[in-house]
Ligand binder design. Structure first.
Ligand code: SF4
Length: 358
């Protein structure tokens, strides 16, 4: 997707789906600054009442600057990270005093205020003044790392420049404020840390992680002991109204049923899977996989992350192959068997069988 189309798709989506947050209708730097300070390390739902409270009590930056610090801290009560409130108060005094009530109108100037770092200064400058500067926050890091399937860890300071460059290249210079908010909104509503809603993502066409099939692999973080990644390729073998299943004898899903499975160190292509499954006696040759696999949502366990895919195979001939552990059961019987939750969900979606047996 060319950058121009990316911007259009993102901004169109933003116009239709953005949450109606009060600071989004304002271009007043005071209002935007207030919202940005309150929302640092705070969820929108939690910060919203504080935003209203501050604006009600201190309608202008001069009102805030003249208020006693104790009173400001009292209004901040419950929001945590109290240094934010102290910095905010000092910044208000700086703007109201030497600045005569006028906020600096560039990211560089704003960054001189207490409590205003690179992210906040760029956010305010782009939203209030239309300065063409792009922001990086946790949401933007995640979206970018997935769009470009970035293997470089996001928590290494030396990689910051790489992400900054990526977002600058995409920035809409006509609408930088909306662009920045749209990227963050996409991360908050669609490209979420877990279970990103790729099916409804406006920029799916340009997303490398989506094409790889496992967007949750990104962003890569270093330092944390990473979970073991397991790639399980299930074969849904169909033959004259029957399906091959096996009962697990060990592991996390001991005793449950599953379809014949090929495990690998990474996601296999259909060709690789065919070869490996044939070697393991799980597929009679030749047996073409029907179509692209269904990628199930990753299944997170304490020490491992399971990446699951289901490949459907229609076997024309009588099945006289496979290890003894495989059992051929009529489709109608599948509802009586207990499957691991991800497979049960998939079966339900296929409307083959009814929900979990009680
Ligand atoms: S397609 Fe999925 S992973 Fe890629 S940006 Fe959209 S929501 Fe995120």
């Amino acid at each position: 997707m060319p950058k121009q189309s990316f911007r259009r798709a993102l901004l169109d989506w933003y116009e239709r789906h953005k949450r109606p947050l009060p600071w989004r209708t304002s271009q007043d730097p005071y209002v935007i600054w207030l919202s940005e300070i309150i929302l640092q390390q705070t969820r929108v739902e939690q910060g919203l009442p504080y935003f209203h409270r501050f604006l009600e009590n201190y309608p202008t930056v001069k009102d805030l600057a003249q208020a006693p610090l104790d009173e400001v801290l009292k209004h901040w009560e419950g929001l945590g990270y109290y240094s934010r409130a102290r910095h905010m108060h000092r910044a208000a005094q700086q703007v109201a005093g030497p600045g005569q009530g006028v906020f600096p109108d560039t990211a560089q100037g704003l960054a001189q205020l207490p409590g205003v770092g690179p992210y906040t200064s760029r956010a305010i400058a782009s939203m209030a003044y239309g300065e063409a500067v792009a922001v990086l926050d946790g949401n933007v890091f995640r979206v970018l790392s997935r769009l470009e399937a970035v293997k470089a860890p996001i928590n290494k300071p030396q990689n910051r420049a790489l992400f900054q460059e990526m977002v600058e290249q995409r920035l809409d210079h006509q609408r930088p404020g909306d662009f920045n908010q749209a990227m963050m909104e996409l991360g908050a509503l669609v490209c979420t840390p877990r279970k990103p809603d790729c099916a409804h993502c406006p920029v799916q066409a340009s997303c490398k992680a989506f094409r790889e099939g496992f967007p949750e692999k990104y962003p890569v973080k270093e330092g944390k002991k990473s979970k073991k990644q397991r790639y399980l390729h299930y074969l849904f073998l169909k033959h004259k109204g029957k399906v091959a299943v096996e009962q697990r004898k060990q592991g996390i899903w001991n005793g449950l049923y599953q379809f014949p499975v090929v495990e690998a160190q990474a996601a296999l292509s259909p060709k690789e899977l065919e070869e490996q499954a044939s070697r393991e006696g799980l597929l009679p040759t030749p047996a073409a996989l029907e179509h692209a696999p269904t990628v199930l949502p990753p299944h997170a366990l304490t020490h491992q992350q399971l990446h699951l895919q289901v490949f459907e195979v229609n076997l024309a001939r009588e099945a006289v192959f496979g290890p003894e552990k495989l059992e051929w059961v009529p489709v109608a019987r599948l509802k009586e068997l207990a499957f691991p939750r991800p497979l049960r969900r998939w079966l339900d979606q296929k409307q083959l069988i009814l929900p979990f047996p009680k």
